[in-house]
Design a protein around this ligand. Structure first.
Ligand SMILES: Cc1ncc(COP(=O)(O)O)c(C=O)c1O
Length: 429
C-alpha cells in the first residue's frame, strides 16, 4: 500500500508541456488544494437586514444572493487556469518515471500531477478545457452532484509499450457511454472528440506516472457532474467534466470467489443500471462488504423481477463457458455494457467460440465449466467458485483455460505486444 507521503515531492525533474505545465508546476504543492471560499460577511447583511435578492422571484428557480459571491460549482485556481491554454505540442514532456515502487502497485489512488477540467452551463455545450494541478475541488453545498447524485463517470487505461509508446484502449467507447449516461441523467456531455482529447491531455501531462511495461497502467477517471446549485430536485444549472488519473496494478489479486446476492439488487428495469451513474455504486457497498466479511471476493447480482437470471458482478460483467459456447447476460438496460465485455466477445468470436448474449439462468451456474469476469480494472479475471444458496460450485482455472487465452490476447493488444488489427488502440504522440 502506498501513502501519498511516500512519493509526493519525490518526482525527478519537473515535467513540462510547454509553458503551460511549467507554469502550473511552479506553484507550490500546497496550492494544489483550491482555497476554500471565504464568505464576505458584509455582503450577507447579517445585522438584521434582509439578504439582497429579488424576493418576488422566489419559486422553483434557484436565486443567488449575489452572483459575485455564489460560486457555481468548482473554484478555479484562476491565475493558473486562465493562462493555461492547451497545446498539442508535447515535445517538452520529460520521459522519466516518477519515483514510485512500480512492483507494488495495487488499485488505490496515487495522486498524480495534473487533472483536466472543463465546464459548461445547462443550455450550452462544453467548449474549452484546461489542465490544472491535481487537487481539491470546491463544491457548492447545493450542487446537483452532492444533493441528487447527478453524475456519471468512466474508467479507462493507458499502457506503456515495450518500445516506449503509450496506448489508450478504445477511449471513444467510454466517450459514447458517458454520453448515454449524461442523457439518462439529463446532463450535457462532451463530444467524443472533446472526451478523447481530455483523456489524451491528462495522460501526456502525467506521462511519468504511466508505469513501465508489465508493471501496470495509468487508470484515467473521467467524471461528469452537475456542479451548479439546486434546491428542488431538478437538473443542475452548471456542469463540470474532469479527468484525473492514477497508476494502478491488479484490481483483484488472484481468482474470484463469488456469492450470489439474494437480498440486494443492483439495478431495475427503467433505472440506471445500464449507465455508469455514480448512484449505482454506493448501493453495492453494503452487500459487497457483507460478502467480503464472509470471505468472498465479490457478489453476483440477479435480476430484480424474478431473481432467476444472472446480471453482473458489482463492477464487472460475467461470462460462462460450456463446450465451445461462451454465454453472457444480454445488456438490456440493467447491466452495464462493458467495453471489455464487448472486446472479449469479439476476440472470442475470432478465436472460434460461439458467443451468446442472452438471459442466463442461475441454474446454469451448475453446469458451466469456466466462469470469468471482465472489466477495465480487472481485465479478464477467472472465477474459482460461486456460492449459491449455500452450495459452492467450482470452476476450472489456470494456464490452459479460455479465460487465460482471452486475457493474453486482450492485454497483448492493449499493451502493443499483439498487432492491433481491430483499430482499438489510440497511440499518444
Ligand atoms: C457495474 C459494472 N459492470 C461492468 C463493468 C465493466 O465495464 P468496462 O469493461 O467498460 O470497464 C464495470 C466497470 O466499469 C462496472 O462498473
Amino acid at each position: 500500500m502506498f501513502r501519498a507521503t511516500d512519493f509526493l515531492g519525490k518526482c525527478s525533474k519537473p515535467s513540462r508541456i510547454g509553458s503551460l505545465l511549467s507554469k502550473i508546476r511552479h506553484q507550490s504543492r500546497d496550492t494544489r488544494a483550491v482555497q476554500a471560499y471565504e464568505p464576505n460577511v458584509d455582503r450577507y447583511h447579517i445585522n438584521g437586514e434582509y439578504a439582497k435578492v429579488d424576493w418576488c422571484e422566489l419559486g422553483n428557480k434557484e436565486v443567488s444572493p449575489s452572483s459575485e459571491i455564489v460560486n457555481h460549482g468548482l473554484a478555479s485556481p484562476q491565475s493558473a487556469m486562465n493562462d493555461c491554454e492547451l497545446s498539442n505540442d508535447h515535445s517538452d514532456v520529460v520521459e522519466e518515471y516518477a519515483n514510485l515502487k512500480w512492483d507494488e502497485l495495487g488499485f488505490c489512488l496515487i495522486p498524480v500531477d495534473y487533472m483536466y477540467v472543463m465546464k459548461c452551463s445547462k443550455e450550452k455545450n462544453f467548449s474549452h478545457g484546461i489542465l490544472t494541478r491535481f487537487g481539491r475541488l470546491e463544491m457548492n453545498p447545493s450542487s446537483g452532484i452532492l444533493n441528487y447524485g447527478q453524475g456519471v463517470f468512466e474508467g479507462l487505461k493507458a499502457y506503456r509499450t515495450e518500445d516506449g509508446r503509450i496506448l489508450l484502449f478504445r477511449p471513444e467507447q467510454n466517450a459514447l457511454r458517458m454520453q448515454m449516461g449524461a442523457d439518462r441523467l439529463r446532463m450535457p456531455s462532451p463530444t467524443i472528440e472533446q472526451f478523447v482529447d481530455a483523456v489524451k491531455h491528462t495522460v501526456v501531462a502525467n506521462k511519468q506516472w504511466v508505469p513501465p511495461p508489465g508493471k501496470g497502467s495509468l487508470y484515467i477517471r473521467p467524471l461528469l457532474m452537475g456542479s451548479g446549485p439546486v434546491l428542488g430536485a431538478t437538473p443542475a444549472p452548471d456542469y463540470t467534466f474532469l479527468a484525473f488519473a492514477s497508476p494502478v496494478g491488479n484490481y483483484h489479486k488472484g481468482y474470484l470467489n463469488l456469492v450470489v446476492e439474494e437480498k440486494f439488487y443492483r439495478a431495475f428495469p427503467g433505472g440506471t443500471g445500464g449507465v455508469k451513474a455514480i448512484v449505482n455504486y454506493s448501493t453495492v457497498f453494503k452487500p459487497v462488504a457483507e460478502a467480503k466479511a464472509k470471505g468472498f471476493s465479490d457478489v453476483l447480482f440477479l435480476d430484480v423481477k424474478t431473481a432467476k437470471y444472472i446480471e453482473e458482478v458489482s463492477t464487472s460483467n460475467i461470462f460462462f463457458l460450456k463446450g465451445n459456447v461462451i454465454s453472457t447476460p444480454a445488456t438490456d438496460g440493467t447491466i452495464l455494457p462493458g467495453i471489455t465485455r464487448k472486446s472479449v466477445i469479439e476476440i472470442a468470436q475470432i478465436l472460434g467460440y460461439q458467443v451468446e448474449e442472452r438471459a442466463v439462468a442461475v441454474e446454469e451456474l451448475f453446469d458451466s465449466e469456466e466462469v470469468f469476469c471482465t472489466g477495465t480494472a480487472m481485465v479478464v479475471n477467472p472465477v474459482n467458485s460461486i456460492t449459491y444458496q449455500g452450495k459452492r460450485i467450482e470452476y476450472k482455472t489456470g494456464p490452459e483455460t479460455v479465460a487465460q487465452k482471452l486475457y493474453e490476447m486482450l492485454v497483448g493488444i492493449q499493451t502493443g505486444r499483439i498487432e492491433d488489427k481491430m483499430g482499438w488502440t489510440v497511440e499518444l504522440n
